[in-house]
Write a protein that binds this ligand. Sequence first.
Ligand SMILES: [Zn+2]
Ligand SMILES: [Zn+2]
Length: 345
Amino acid sequence: MKTTQLTDIRKIEVGQASEPGLISDTDVLIRVGVVGVCGSDIHYYEWGRIGDQVIDFPFTIGHEFAGTVEQTGSLVTRVKPGDRIAVDPSVACGHCDQCKQGRPHTCRNNKFLGCPGQLSGSLKEKIVMPEENCFPLPDNLTLEEGALSEPLSIGLYAVKQSGLQKGMNIGILGYGPIGMSVYLAAQAYGMDKAYVSDKLEPRLEMARMQGAALTANPDREDVVAPFQEAEPSQLDVVYECCGDQQALDQAIDLVKPGGRILIVGIPPVDRWGFDVNKGRRKEVTLINVRRQNDTVQETLDLMASGRIKARSMVTHRFTLDQTPQAFDLVANYRDGVMKAMVQND
Ligand SMILES: [Zn+2]
Ligand SMILES: [Zn+2]
């Protein structure tokens, strides 16, 4: 079968590998249909690492995917051959303290697709996953929407962790696919106004099209003053979705006393800081978001019912052979790219 491999910094090669087989009775062999290129994949592509997770080349990345079931182990009941499925790329052990406390996303033995030292990624023709990671796709959703359910489930989890209530006003700093996922989930949960910043104009335009109350580009203008002028009592929740120190500083200025800041972005640095006095005087709650927990099915349901409309997130499509071009485009933020999809056909 065809596979892709990251063979060096900024170098992806397309080649051949032997087909994976079922190992456990609860395994599912999946024909990969479409894979979304994620910001975390780009971290590995550009720097070969996220924090202390360092790639040992060659390695296959990719984790946002949907596909079709080809074969199932004898004990599998959730799916059957021919089913179209979305896949949760996070494999938990099921027996550590975290798993037992209902926190499989912080499982002590967690293995995530396309993470070095864990599991080989999904940018290939076929892959094997445990059945509990497989979610049958509602009939009215496309495979692409199935792949989008991965970042969207993170957005939905961030919104749930923030305690967002109907009528609240929010800030979203960074409007890439994760920022947009937060936006769509917050909309489904009844937010009132959203204030959005990003350094890329096409992304701000997309935010305005979605209905953002006000947008600002930190490279060209002040973000805090116009948002505060429009919302003098400040924002209930601010979601940091770009991993940028400047955005975290702005979040502390923008949030109202007693408000919450959700850290959803992945910073390119290992440490960052915040103004302790501002944070203390406002009694701000800072919440870290680790991917998602138990929000995949709810995300699929919200998409199937039309309460989350995410199709417009996909701006570019490539074949598996064109994976290098897809990464080059996304890493360089070219051509107004939001989400690039790699299709396996
Ligand atoms: Zn992702
Ligand atoms: Zn565990």
